[in-house]
Ligand binder design. Sequence first.
Ligand SMILES: [Zn+2]
Length: 249
Amino acid sequence: MASRTRRLSCIVLRRTKLAEQDLILTMLAASGEEVRAVAKGARRPGGRLASRSELFSEVDLLLAKGRGALEVVSEATLVNAHAKIRGDFARVSAASVVAELACLTCLQNSEDSFLHPICSKALACLERACDQRQLDLIVAAYVMKVLAHCGWRPELTQCISCGDAEVSYLSAQMGGTLCSSCAKDVPGARRLERSELAWLRALITSTFDELLAAGPDPKTSSALVLLAHVWATTQLDCRLRAYEFMLSS
Ligand SMILES: [Zn+2]
């Protein structure tokens, strides 16, 4: 007989109210799959599961097949609460963007070993970011890395239209950089500073630690988080509410 339980390591990405005291947790499993499960009593203050099902937490779970379509959390152990994110408005806003993108880029029954470690790393970096400039940089890097990995890697080395190596515009619609002459024919193409182009490439190719050590100026950092937003909404073809909220606050 097939086992009715399984053990999983997950990051909690979304909490949806269910009944009076329960939650549906949407999570990113270590395998890269999206997992949804019912956490009974998780909304009861002081309840056993309440503190082990907080947003952005990394947890080890024992899931049991329930009577409904969703599995039920029967045991939960907190592995990393990413506690420094909580209680800090700017960190929570940034972590919410990471969770939003993670939700949109993982699928049920589809393994991808890239997704969980990078989400965990981004959350850890958000915990120790010193200022908004670093929060912006981490969000932009996470978004560009995950989208590039999932098949939406921008062309950033040549003009996507004519192949010219001298590029100075970006068009999310076209999928990458453009030379100034091709950009004239592309509505919405945005002029890029040289440093922005170099940073955009680095967001995808450098590690979070390298990016944080190099540290762009605040103006470049906020330009990058805006560029990553345009890239994400265009490629995923949807509104990103948490991302909009972060940009507006
Ligand atoms: Zn061109």
